[in-house]
Design a protein around this ligand. Structure first.
Ligand code: ADP
Ligand code: MG
Ligand code: MG
Length: 921
């Protein structure tokens, strides 16, 4: 028996159950039927009015991608399913008197809005067009449907851009002296269809395919192919969606929203996707319109709810009379259908337990639901909706914690425009996606991407956006469109990508040819001029507006969510902070300690820096001791401040780590100087001095400083250096403790590879600590540990663990040494290509390489715990703030992660998610 590739909406779930032997979960349904197909089946089963449909599985697509042919038996199954659709609708595909027309719709496992293409009105040819005209009694409509079909088919299936067809339509409208599509005459439309067919014939050397089965076959192929289209790939890469999933194809009976004023089409969110507010149905509709007319931004869409409509009119200065007449809400225009729709919307939200994005069409008064999916939303909305749903008793706290993408939490810390900042308002539009974006105006997606790659901040400005613009949008700091509503392509993509977006700024005129836009006042903004857009309120300003940080303490919904996360998570969360201000920030964000204070950052202080140089350069013991003595109070002062801020929490101080020559003048500059002085001023004192410095620099110079005299190696070779740091640290701890502050000093010895390095250093340092405590007359609870960042240390963890009270994985170094490439060179030169070419799945410096580096970490933790059950184990590399890596840290049983302060909230949430996710498994 051949495999089942095609399922029907009305019994697909049951049929699939038979195949897999158990009732499929929603996720299993989505995996095989795509989100859209699964939705159609679920809705049909729930008695919601859905036009009869069938779904070709993602498996068929995967098979097609492998062989470039439809898998065996698939086409026959498609033909069978068309028969069923014919029976269900009483219509016939490709024939009168009642022709069946279908749409061919793509739909992957996760919704990729606007990424894949849909062909509408398929099944039309000269014959069925006549039948459609007779059946509907509307010849104009039949020609309109036909010309739309030819346009879409040519564009999507044959890659013959729709612009060519639209240009002809524009020409026709000009000839007839009309402005809107529906005003074109019947005669004009007839002529237009003739022109379209001729254009097709000329372009492809064969007539437009009149056989509906051929139309269908080619369209299904095109949907499969679109999975590997450039923009789909770009989107998946941005969102981290696997390329191997494939897309399903839905073949669905057409319903028409353009059969007169009793027909309509619309899209709707059950809650506000920008803010998460739950006041009314948040959506738009248009009477007598088809398919994507609402989102295309050609006509001004109307609001679904009356309240929304009034608010909208008010904000635009439209009077109530004009609003009622020209832009009535669906609630007013079709109250009964509105009622029915509201009930369905509530039912769908309840079924999916989440905010839904619903597409519908009303055909001569009858409501049809075409799609429902979990709605894309901004970071802010995702938090508010999750928390509200808990308050409404719909979901529990754990589910809410899982609902918010951890990395988005960082967005709450992003700046917004300073309300007090000077600004010149030049345009207003819809607040389609929140955030503050500043950059140079660019009018073309390709250029936007190029400029971004050249290091510029850009704002993409378009009349409206289309799927081809997606890579350019993702490269921008924000998107501004002239047309389109809050459900337009630009708005939906921007929200998904968390980009600020102002859509439908109808006051401006965008001229992409001249690369400029004109404001209502007639002022011109040219490409390259800086503009600022405020996606929170929908305003556009000339120049760069100053931004301010958002107030963390006011993010009440997020704080509640993080509170729930804290109750769930098992991993501790600490911060990497070197100084009091960073530590303070980390505390506000909920850090439980400092996991890494890099002491060398303190040497940026000019006096300290000079003393370091002196210490390196001086040849006498006294000279070096004096230099260290000068450094001590500066370090101590910094440490005191850190302990004060971190009252009651642990502070891990890492001893000096960078190669010493980083503190000295650059070798080549020095060489130049010396050469110049030798010519111009031989025998001068300056020359002698410079020559001496050059000699020292040469002596210290290392081929590969990352593998040179760093970390404990420097501590061992430069006598007195780490002792000084430890003394400063414990003096600070003791003195602060005497002021009544609860201190938990921990000293971390970096870059240990052999246990002897650790033994030597830690003995020395413990002695210093004990001595300081005696001098100060106070005991503080000290801990000594090491970083695991050299592969050898991970291999001999059992031995090292006996000498250390804690381990902290320095996964930046561990990654570069395990891979054998240096981070800066790799990231700058070839790493991105490696990821592009699929050699590496991710940048291993951002997301931990589980197979390699992770294996070392896991082994090390296990060995260490066996040798020393009390050992505390954490991570302080960049990975400590990356959600995927945090999941790994949870699984290998680390005690805590430590990351940069802005990522602390991300880590709190990700740690809770890791606990829930892995508990479920
Ligand atoms: P997307 O994945 O971009 O949302 P869809 O497959 O939902 O694409 O199709 C886009 C639009 O085409 C829908 O919003 C809907 O208005 C219209 N459409 C699709 N199928 C049908 C149908 N069977 N009848 C009427 N309109 C349809
Ligand atoms: Mg689409
Ligand atoms: Mg859709």
């Amino acid at each position: 028996m051949t495999k089942k590739w095609v399922y029907l909406a009305h019994n697909g779930k049951a049929a699939y159950e038979e195949v897999i032997g158990h009732e499929p979960t929603l996720d299993e349904m989505k995996a095989i039927f795509g989100g859209k197909g699964a939705g159609l089946m679920t809705m049909t089963a729930a008695g919601i009015p859905v036009p009869p449909a069938s779904t070709i599985t993602t498996e068929a697509c995967v098979e097609y991608m492998r062989t470039d042919e439809f898998p065996e038996g698939m086409w026959e199954q498609v033909l069978d399913s068309v028969k069923v659709l014919e029976e269900q609708t009483g219509k016939t595909f490709g024939k009168g008197p009642n022709p069946l027309l279908v749409s061919v719709r793509s739909g992957g496992r996760l919704s990729m809005p606007g990424m894949m293409d849909t062909v509408l009105n398929l099944g039309l040819n000269d014959e069925t067009r006549v039948a459609l005209a007779e059946r509907t009694g509307d010849e104009w409509f039949s020609y309109d449907a036909y010309r739309r079909f030819i346009t879409m088919f040519s564009d999507i299936v044959m890659d013959y851009s729709r612009e060519h067809f639209e240009a002809e339509l524009e020409k026709l409208k000009e000839e007839e002296g009309v402005e809107l599509d529906p005003e074109v005459s019947l005669e004009g439309l007839k002529k237009l269809v003739g022109i379209y067919k001729q254009m097709y014939q000329e372009k492809f050397g064969e007539p437009f395919p009149s056989d509906p089965y051929q139309q269908l076959r080619l369209s299904i192929r095109a949907v499969f192919d679109s999975w590997n289209g450039e923009r789909a790939i770009a989107y998946r890469e941005h969102e981290g969606i696997p390329h191997t999933w494939g897309t399903a194809v839905n073949v669905q009976t057409m319903v028409f929203g353009n059969l007169g004023d009793n027909s309509a089409t619309g899209v709707c969110f059950t809650r506000d996707p920008s803010t998460g507010a739950h006041e009314y149905l948040y959506g738009e509709w248009l009477p007598n319109a088809q398919g994507e007319d609402v989102v295309a931004g050609i006509r001004t869409p109307r609001k679904i709810s009356l309240q929304a409509s009034r608010e909208w009119a008010e904000s635009r200065g439209i009077s109530e009379e004009v609003r009622q007449e020209k832009y009535p809400s669906l609630e007013e225009a079709m109250p009964k259908t509105y009622q029915e729709f509201s009930e369905i919307a509530a039912k769908l939200e309840a079924y999916y337990d989440d905010m839904q994005d619903i597409e519908f069409t009303i055909e001569e008064g009858k409501l049809w639901i075409l799609q429902t999916r979990t709605g894309k939303r901004t970071a802010h909305a995702s938090v508010k909706i999750a928390v509200d749903l808990v308050d409404e008793g719909v979901i529990d706290e754990e589910t809410a914690v899982m609902r918010v993408e951890a990395r988005y939490v960082e967005l709450f810390l992003r700046p917004s425009f300073d309300p007090k900042a000077e600004r010149e308002l030049i345009a207003e539009g819809l607040n389609a996606s929140p955030g503050a974006g500043v950059g140079k105006a660019v009018f073309d997606a390709k250029r936007a991407k190029e400029m971004q790659e050249a290091g510029e901040d850009v704002i993409l400005v378009r009349p409206e956006t289309a799927p081809d613009d997606v890579p350019g949008m993702l490269a921008s700091k924000g998107v501004l469109t002239q047309k389109g509503g809050s459900t337009s392509h630009a708005a939906v993509v921007a929200r998904g990508a968390n980009l600020p977006c102002v859509a439908g700024a109808e006051g401006i005129t965008v001229d992409t040819n001249k690369r400029q836009f004109t404001t209502t006042e007639g002022e011109v903004v040219k490409e390259g001029e800086v503009i600022s857009i405020d996606g929170f309120i929908g305003e556009v300003y000339r120049g760069a507006v100053e931004t301010i940080e958002t107030v963390w303490e006011e993010q009440t919904d997020l704080l509640r969510l993080l509170g729930w996360a804290d109750k769930i998570r098992r991993l501790g969360v600490r911060a990497n902070a070197d100084q009091a201000d960073g530590a303070e920030m980390a505390n506000r964000f909920g850090s439980e300690g400092i996991g890494l204070a890099r002491t060398e950052h303190m040497f940026f202080h000019p006096v300290a820096r000079e003393a370091v140089v002196r210490m390196i350069v001086t040849e006498t013991k006294e000279g070096r001791e004096k230099a260290l003595e000068d450094m001590l109070p500066i370090q101590e002062e910094d440490f005191e401040a850190l302990f004060e801020v971190m009252d009651g929490k642990p502070v891990i101080m890492r001893l000096i780590d960078p190669p010493m020559h980083e503190f000295l003048p650059a070798k080549d500059e020095l060489l130049e100087e010396v050469t110049r002085l030798r010519c111009e001023n031989p025998g001068s004192e300056e020359l002698v001095e410079k020559e001496k410095m050059l000699e020292i620099v040469n002596r210290l110079w290392e081929t590969n400083p990352m593998m040179g005299l760093r970390g404990c190696r420097a501590g061992i070779m430069y006598e007195g250096l780490t002792e000084m740091q430890t003394r400063a640290y414990f003096q600070a701890a003791c003195r602060v403790a005497k002021r009544g502050i609860d201190v938990h000093p921990e000293v971390m010895i970096p870059l240990v590879g052999h246990v002897n390095e650790l033994t030597l250093e830690s003995e020395k340092l413990k002695e210093v600590a004990a001595q300081v405590m005696e001098e100060e007359g106070v005991e503080v609870p000290a801990m000594f540990g090491t970083m695991i960042e050299v592969p050898r240390a991970a291999l001999v963890a059992a031995e090292i663990a006996k000498e250390a009270e804690f381990f902290s994985f320095g996964t930046n170094d561990l990654t570069q040494m395990t891979f054998g490439f240096s981070r800066d060179d790799a990231q700058g030169k070839f790493l991105m290509q490696y990821v592009d070419m699929g050699i590496l799945p991710d940048d291993p410096f951002q997301t931990i390489d589980e197979e390699g580096v992770g294996k070392l970490v896991a082994m090390c933790v296990e060995d260490a715990r066996k040798a020393n059950p009390d050992i505390e184990v954490g991570i302080c590399g960049e990975h400590g703030g990356d959600p995927k890596s945090i999941d790994f840290c949870h699984r290998v049983g680390l005690d805590y992660v430590s990351c940069s302060p802005p990522r602390v909230p991300v880590a709190r949430l990700a740690a809770a998610q890791a606990e829930i996710r892995n508990r479920e498994k």
